[in-house]
Ligand binder design. Structure first.
Ligand code: XLS
Ligand code: NI
Ligand code: NI
Length: 445
């Protein structure tokens, strides 16, 4: 049998597989806290965290910003050959990176992995060629696809949105693109599929029929759900909230808005939420708030791990290094049973100034260590039990008597008025002890 010769060129020379060396190590290319097989609450860290590397920033980032739309970096592996040749070469780079990092998953947009052609048919053909290579590398390395998604925001045809474009032809084009991307995600055994409404919103209400836009967006998602069933794709669907940027307002503005939309259009059973820290803060919330909103609705699916900058007002997509943030995230994730189909997806990019390939390793290692610490700290807080006990005790008036009767729906306004009249005045209100609790958390950090 003739064996196909595989190119095993090494792109990150000088970087060995990143190993756990413990907190005393001074090696920047090692984990100080992320120890994949270490058990936390009886489960290996790697299964709690399910790290994922994104194609768009890590492979396709060029260091561009609003005042430098030009390509600030040209990675060594991007040099030489036509677009398709580079796309195929890049697959090897991506898998080498994930393998050396020890990331079990990756994620992509269709247009990150393969160049867009002159027609949808040509784009599909390009995609098929790269998918073959992706599939092969997945098989060779055991690295899996966390989720796929379609880029429905970069090409000028999507200037007015995709599913919410005022032009039905654009809707059709987007549907064709998502159909293909679902097939490809299925082919690659993706664990999920994400809908991020890049331009599904408006820049001015003067030219917008909001009701119609929302109906169209729901119709689009229903078609996707139908098609998913048709092809037998079992991955989880997610919707990713973001309030603005690139548009002034995006319909999927935050977790609560998404849940309301999904509920109104009877889609709640089919989609969970993929929550991103920088989107939460753009919406005026904390990431933990968004996770709690989703968790309470049984819709907590996956996270895009990054962070914004307090002094910059846009989606800067920085790598998360703040232990307080990762602790809060892990506290809520553990409370709701942890990640199952979802993962900790680094939708994050190096700063324009950090232009060397090795910076990609520093960035991901830092993010993984920050989450590992957050996980361990959250587990320690839970094992200690004081925080949970405090909250439970704060609500104790609901555990029996009056409170239990209210929760059970046994009493109405009439009975409660009678109770209040007899009571005269509420007997005691207790301190919320915010400062005490903040100190308590700091005991563990
Ligand atoms: C952009 C989004 C995007 C999605 C995938 O702000 O975070 O990267 O995660 O389309
Ligand atoms: Ni994202
Ligand atoms: Ni984002």
């Amino acid at each position: 049998m003739k064996k196909r010769a595989t190119t095993t060129k090494e792109f990150f020379k000088g970087v060995k597989p990143i190993a756990y060396e413990g907190p005393d190590s001074r090696n920047p290319l090692s984990f100080k806290h992320y120890n994949p097989d270490e058990l936390v609450e009886g489960k290996p860290m790697k299964e709690h965290l399910r790290f994922s590397v994104v194609y768009w920033h890590t492979m396709r980032g060029v260091g561009a910003d609003m005042f430098g739309m030009n390509q600030a970096w040209l990675r060594p592996w991007e040099k030489g050959g036509n677009e398709m040749e580079v796309a195929l070469r890049r697959v090897g780079v991506m898998f080498e990176f994930c393998q050396k990092l020890g990331a079990p998953f990756y994620a992509f947009h269709d247009r990150d992995v393969a160049p867009e052609g002159r027609t949808l048919a040509e784009s599909n053909r390009n995609l098929d060629k790269v998918v073959k290579e992706l599939k092969k590398r997945q098989r060779d390395t055991g690295i899996g696809l966390l989720w796929g998604t379609a880029c429905l925001f970069a090409n000028p045809r999507f200037t007015h949105g995709a599913a919410t474009s005022p032009n039905a032809e654009v809707f059709a084009y987007a549907a064709g693109q998502v159909k293909k991307c679902l097939e490809v995600t299925h082919e690659l055994d993706g664990e999920g599929y994400v809908f991020w409404g890049g331009r599904e919103g408006y820049s001015t209400l003067l030219n917008t029929d909001m009701k119609r836009d929302l109906d169209h967006l729901a119709a689009f998602l229903h078609m996707a759900v139908d098609y998913k069933k048709k092809i037998g794709f079992k991955g989880q669907f997610y919707i990713e909230p973001k309030p603005k940027e690139p548009t002034k307002h995006q319909y999927d503005s935050d977790a609560a808005a998404c849940l309301n939309f999904l509920r109104q259009y009877r889609l709640l059973g089919d989609l969970k939420l993929n929550l991103e820290t920088n989107h939460a803060t753009l919406a005026g919330h904390t990431m933990q708030h968004e996770l709690e909103v989703a968790g309470a609705a049984g819709a907590l699916g996956s996270i895009d791990a990054n962070t914004g900058d307090l002094l910059l007002g846009w989606d800067t997509d920085q790598f998360p290094t703040d232990i307080y943030l990762t602790t809060q995230i892990m506290l809520t994730l553990l409370k709701y049973g942890g990640l199952t189909t979802g993962g900790t997806n680094f939708d994050a990019k190096c700063r324009r100034e950090s232009f060397e390939p090795v910076d990609l390793f520093h960035a991901h290692i830092g993010g993984m260590d920050a989450f590992a610490r957050g996980l361990k700290i959250a587990a320690a807080i839970r094992a200690d039990g004081r925080l949970e006990a405090f909250v439970k005790d704060r609500y104790r008036s609901w555990d029996d008597g009056l409170g239990r009767d209210i929760e059970k729906g046994k009493v109405g306004f009439k009975e409660l008025e009678a109770f209040a009249l007899k009571l005269g005045e509420v007997r005691s209100n207790e301190s919320g002890r915010q400062e005490y609790l903040e100190n308590l958390i700091n005991e563990f950090i």
